[in-house]
Design a protein around this ligand. Structure first.
Ligand code: NAD
Length: 338
């Protein structure tokens, strides 16, 4: 059902969004944003890495419906209608989590993407799929652009299952968009950070902050000169919401991320400084399960395509983003779990 709504003083149309992985870090922020825009939101998440608490604000809305289910088990045929929007974020994510069981990672990510694409075809819905900067793999360039050749370092073990599943997901999205004339968009997300990001699955920023707040050793893997760029979740969410309803992005791939990068060593030092921590910063070898990581040298997006087509660019600096996470983690009293 589409009805007129009044949102932030502007007239808009209330539309129906299905957000897979909507109880996760990025997903829950997407759900909140869509509800703020006055839309009706169906969240499907099996809570494998997401959490019900992330949906505290969303659950106060009468337009939010939560289904604690695997995407494969959800009753799509009972709910989905032509013209609905699907934002597909559900995936096994997190460097430690995905490496723990490569076959699970690969099956989970591929099966849900194939399933959602089929539903999208059947009901002629729009779909936005979140891929990853990891598909660029190992290269010597300073920027990664959508048309670059991709370069997988290895195809076995570790996080390759994650990268390959996302790459194949991209391929399927483009084939479905072309063959069935569907409105499908792929976003290659670079590191996104923000206060709901879990520190349980090896994400670098929450891990460093947690150690700094506890005055524990901050382990920087490799030489620490690998570069990363960090985009605040509000900026990533703005791109997701904007492109999920755009018909001009059909079958297209867009980078989404912050185009200012820093070395991982600089990141550790910055976090140590702003937390007034006495932590030692120590260069350490990569853990066994993450040996491939050492070769991903530079990760910085070229965002000229999304800037040109949609006027999107990040508004929050990586320093502001980190400051916000530090404050939020202090409030959560991480110290008491030491
Ligand atoms: N955070 C980043 O920096 C980043 C970077 C690149 C790409 N991405 C992509 O963005 C998306 C969201 O990532 P995130 O950082 O919010 O991770 P997250 O782990 O917080 O979110 C993923 C969510 O999917 C759910 N999920 C997994 N498999 C499911 C299944 N079969 N059925 C139902 N729910 C399932 C999990 O419970 C979780 O809530 C992922 O697709 C990820 O690949 C994220």
């Amino acid at each position: 059902m589409i009805v007129n709504i009044h949102s932030n003083g502007k007239h808009a149309l209330r539309q129906r969004y299905f957000v897979t992985g909507g109880a996760g870090f990025i997903g829950s922020n997407v759900v909140d944003a869509l509800l703020r825009q006055g839309h009706e939101v169906y969240t499907i998440d099996d809570l494998s890495t997401g959490s019900f608490e992330n949906l505290t604000a969303a659950n106060r809305s009468r337009y939010h419906y939560f289904f604690e289910q695997n995407v494969l088990d959800f009753d799509w045929d009972g709910y989905l209608k032509a013209g609905d929007h699907i934002i597909h974020l559900a995936a096994a994510v997190g460097v430690d989590y995905v490496a723990k069981d490569s076959l699970f990672t690969s099956h989970n990510n591929l099966n849900v993407t194939q399933h959602v694409l089929e539903k999208c075809r059947q009901y002629r819905c729009s779909l936005l799929f979140t891929s990853t900067s990891e598909v660029y793999g190992n290269h010597d360039r300073h920027f990664s652009s959508e048309d670059d050749h991709l370069c997988m370092h290895v195809t076995h073990g570790g996080r390759s299952a994650y990268t390959l599943s996302k790459l194949y997901g991209e391929f399927l999205c483009q084939e479905y968009a072309q063959k069935y004339h569907l409105q499908i968009t792929v976003l290659r997300l670079f590191n996104t950070i923000g206060s709901r990001q879990s520190n349980s699955f090896g994400m670098v920023v929450p891990r460093f902050i947690q150690h700094a707040l506890r005055n524990e050793c901050i382990a920087v893997y490799g030489a620490g000169d690998q570069t990363r760029s960090f985009c605040h979740v509000s900026d990533t969410v703005r791109a997701i919401c904007e492109l999920s309803k755009s018909s001009s992005s059909r079958g297209e791939i867009y980078n989404v991320g912050n185009d200012v990068s820093i070395t991982v060593l600089e990141l550790a030092q910055y976090i140590k400084d702003i937390t007034n921590s006495s932590s030692e910063i120590k260069l350490s070898p990569f853990p066994e399960a993450r040996q491939g990581d050492k070769d991903i040298k530079n990760r910085k997006p070229d965002i000229s395509k999304i800037l040109k087509d949609f006027g999107w660019q990040p508004e929050v600096s990586w320093q502001e983003a980190i400051f916000e996470i530090v404050e939020s983690m202090k409030q959560q009293n991480v110290m008491k779990f030491a």
